[in-house]
Design a protein around this ligand. Structure first.
Ligand code: SF4
Ligand code: SF4
Length: 365
């Protein structure tokens, strides 16, 4: 059975219906507005699950399952995640300590007993660098699992069964988790449809060329500079509209640019772009870093969302006030404090930005 499906194919298959019957999807506190800019949340809908269930989903995918994982709870979790990859997942497990406020009870313990269940969940949390009760968007949670937990040995079972209590899961040495791990995130969460991305590229690139005013999120002005890298000749790429925005600005340096929040004219062809919700689903909570970068750029420039300046004026101010991408994309001190606050490669070595800055992005300033 193929594990390769796309988001479009998944929706068409109607598997989403399973998610609606998910027993523990807690939406009681949900009160989020959906309008960008007025987003508030007194509580939020979250899907609570045990850490081991993340691994079991990967294990069953590795064993050849696709939508039906042979366990209603795991099947429902996977269906909910595939329907909405940004769904918040909350990892809950049974502990004796101050974190017991989130204890889920033992109803979903597996047959190997309470002690083994408690240790397996804590082993997983420790490898993930998370604590009981931590919540992350599903796409980030599974990506983190795949990055930090390459094998089941030592978590789901041990080299030696020191007693019956520590016999572990019978599947632990079977290799299915490792097979599921090798299939990667695409086997869990359908990627964006390639044809759809190509359509979006065509339409959104044309929109950049037709625009009277460019609408760009602040930190993408920096990304455009890194993409430029001081080169005389640039070429478009399929994954975004950075080239097109630079091309338009080079041809018309006085074109107005409005600084906007969230995804912008650069984004529609990107594999991380969610066209339905108009959100970025980039890895390791990219959207979180990006919002901070946007606000940092606005603060440096003394501007706010909605402000419009000519491209030339904007880049004059940007190159004058932001001498290095390290100031924004490496948080000034270069310390990646967690996976969510990782540092972009172009900030570790800011040579491309420096070259673009020296070349003034190829604009006559
Ligand atoms: S080895 Fe067992 S507990 Fe571990 S992921 Fe596989 S089925 Fe789940
Ligand atoms: S990664 Fe996110 S912000 Fe960057 S181009 Fe793609 S959708 Fe836009």
């Amino acid at each position: 059975m193929s594990n390769c499906i796309t988001r479009r194919a998944f929706a068409a298959a109607g598997v989403a219906a399973a998610a609606q019957t998910l027993p523990l999807l807690d939406t009681r506190l949900a009160s989020a507005e959906t309008e960008p800019g007025s987003l508030t949340a007194d509580g939020f809908p979250t899907l609570p699950l045990r850490p081991y269930q993340l691994m079991c989903i990967v294990c069953r995918i590795g064993g050849g399952c696709s939508d039906d994982l042979g366990d209603p709870r795991l099947t429902a979790i996977l269906a909910a995640v595939r329907q909405d990859p940004k769904l918040p997942l909350t990892l809950r497990c049974n502990v004796d300590t101050v974190y017991r406020y989130q204890n889920p009870g033992h109803a979903e313990d597996t047959a190997e007993g309470e002690l083994f269940n408690a240790k397996r969940d804590l082993d997983i949390l420790q490898k993930l660098g998370l604590v009981p009760g931590d919540t992350r968007p599903a796409v980030d949670m599974f990506a983190r699992l795949l990055e930090k937990v390459p094998q089941a040995l030592g978590i789901c079972g041990y080299e030696t069964a020191t007693s019956d209590t520590w016999r572990g899961c019978p599947q632990a040495a079977g290799g299915n988790y490792e097979k599921g791990h090798a299939l990667g995130i695409k086997a869990l969460i359908p990627p964006r449809d390639a044809e759809e991305m190509a359509e979006y590229k065509k339409k959104s690139a044309a929109a950049v060329y037709e625009a009277q005013t460019l609408r760009i999120r602040p930190h993408h002005l920096l990304c455009m500079s890194c993409f430029h890298g001081g080169k005389d000749k640039l070429a478009p790429i399929a994954a975004d509209n950075l080239f097109e925005a630079i091309d338009v600005i080079q041809k018309n340096p006085t074109i107005p640019v409005t600084l906007i929040a969230g995804v912008c004219m650069i984004c529609p062809p990107c594999a991380n772009y969610d066209p339905v919700n108009r959100l970025c689903l980039g890895g390791r909570s990219m959207a979180l870093r990006d919002q901070k970068k946007d606000l940092d750029v606005l603060q440096r420039l003394g501007l706010k969302y909605g402000d419009t300046l000519s491209a030339k004026e904007l880049y004059q101010r940007l190159f004058e006030r932001i001498p290095s991408t390290r100031d924004i994309c490496a948080y000034g001190d270069g310390e990646a404090r967690s996976p969510e606050w990782s540092i972009c490669g172009s900030a570790k070595d800011d040579t491309p930005y420096q070259k673009a800055r020296a070349a003034r992005l190829g604009i006559d300033m």
